[in-house]
Write a protein that binds this ligand. Structure first.
Ligand SMILES: [Ca+2]
Ligand SMILES: [Ca+2]
Ligand SMILES: [Ca+2]
Ligand SMILES: [Ca+2]
Length: 434
């Protein structure tokens, strides 16, 4: 009898120990496992430049948009659950498109396209609801509201971000450009002329008038300036990034700017301009991030929502990406820096959009840097200790600087990642267990 009872006792203890161990192992796995993806490589006969994913038609499946070598916009429709893409279809060859962003600008539930060229123009192509078709591009041109340092200026839009800057529920566009100018002096018989080249950051907030049409306020200075004398190379290597987000939690959308350059003399600091809540920014109230140059700046909502476009003002963490590390900054309502967390050894960027790949309710990151691209999950945004990001999944994304996007391409409810790399469209379908 005793033996039997002891046997029962021991087997009961053994069973409990197994359950405990299993629970322990599974909970460890849940904390440390990386995201996993199924790769479907789609060959193109053109270099795949800027890409975007959007819901352009009824249903829960996102389709691919990309810009080809000829600066035309192409589409590849998703076949949904079969995890394949249909052949390329030309959406527009009307202009020379440089980059493409996907956002629903007229609030009809269908994503639209916003694009830029190499000068001062922005294009909006509205989804018609007829699967493959978009309306012809509406063109918006931006001029300068403030004079440049030198003369003979030229404008090149570098980057856009989206957010509601005047609180009317309609998504507006933050536009960042590089304006180049020069001054020549010293010409004459005594000496050859010296030409000094200047690059300056300029921004505009294009307000949505409704139905997806926009105002085009004159561009103002971001305060970022670099200059070099008799240096042609210098002028070619200045480019900027903009991020919309409410970084101080006052329900007014702010904008962060950074510019990078190859000049070792005058690499500008990255600044956040507080939003006034009416579609303008407070230049004089600018907050320095304390970091110079950049690969990217962005806004993240650590606990979601994980939409690609943060439309409503909601307190965001500011993320600055440089060549080798990234920094997450949290500000209080008075713009005091509450915390700065160094994320060590991150790819040189760009980063984003942020999504939740492992369904733990916390924002995960995509760094797009060619063969060094990574998806990173499991970052605890409340832990402000400097540290490396664990849980990395390698990916190949990124011919250009704006060359990956996140959305549900196969309709299984999990966010997928798609990016161009050389002449491939790499679609990474999310197989991460919940
Ligand atoms: Ca729309
Ligand atoms: Ca608005
Ligand atoms: Ca704000
Ligand atoms: Ca997550």
């Amino acid at each position: 009898m005793m033996m039997t009872n002891n046997k029962k006792l021991y087997s009961g203890l053994f069973f409990s120990a197994c359950i405990f161990l299993l629970t322990y192992v599974f909970s460890i796995n849940a904390e440390s496992s990386s995201a996993s993806f199924y790769l479907n490589k789609n060959g193109e006969n053109t270099t795949v430049n800027s890409v975007g994913l959007g819901y352009f038609r009824e249903g829960n499946v996102a389709d691919l948009i990309y810009i080809d070598d000829d600066y035309h916009i192409q589409m590849r429709k998703s076949n949904g659950a079969s995890r394949s893409l249909q052949g390329s279809y030309q959406i527009s060859k009307q202009y020379k498109y440089k980059k493409v962003w996907v956002v629903d600008v007229n609030n009809d539930g269908l994503d639209d396209l916003v694009s830029t060229n190499n000068i001062n123009q922005l294009y909006v192509l509205m989804a018609t609801g007829d699967e493959w078709f978009f309306n012809a591009a509406t063109v918006y041109g931006f001029s300068l509201a403030e004079g440049t340092v030198g003369s003979s200026d030229s404008i090149a839009i570098d980057d856009l971000d989206f957010g509601d800057f005047n609180g009317d529920g309609k998504v507006d566009i933050a536009v960042l450009a590089t304006v180049s100018s020069s001054n020549t002096s010293g010409s004459g018989s005594q000496a050859p002329p010296n030409t000094t080249y200047y690059n300056e950051g300029y921004y505009s907030i294009a307000l949505n008038k409704g139905s997806g049409t926009f105002t085009t306020p004159g561009m103002k200075k971001t305060g970022s300036l670099s200059q070099g004398t008799n240096a042609f190379i210098f002028t070619a290597s200045f480019s900027g990034r903009v991020a919309a987000g409410d970084f101080n939690g006052d329900n007014k959308m702010d904008a962060a700017f950074c510019s990078h350059t190859n000049s070792s003399f005058s690499v500008p600091y990255s600044y956040i301009f507080p939003g006034n809540g009416n579609g303008t920014l407070d230049f004089n109230g600018n907050v320095s991030s304390g970091h110079r140059g950049c690969q990217d700046v962005t806004a993240v909502l650590p606990a979601g929502p994980f939409d690609n476009v943060i439309t409503a003002a909601k307190k965001s963490t500011f993320v600055f990406v440089d060549n080798s590390d990234s920094y997450a900054q949290v500000y209080d309502s008075q713009w005091n820096l509450v915390s700065e967390t160094k994320m060590e050894d991150t790819p040189r960027g760009p980063v984003g959009p942020f999504s939740d790949f492992n369904a733990d309710g916390s924002a995960d990151m995509v760094f797009t840097n060619g063969k060094s691209s990574l998806v990173m999950v499991g970052w605890d945004w409340t832990n402000t200790t400097d540290r490396k990001i664990e849980n990395k999944t390698s990916m190949i994304l990124g011919t250009g600087i704006q060359s990956s996007d996140v959305a549900d391409v196969d309709g299984d409810g999990k966010p997928d990642v798609v990016g161009g790399y050389d002449k491939d469209v790499n679609a990474y379908y999310n197989d991460t267990a919940n």
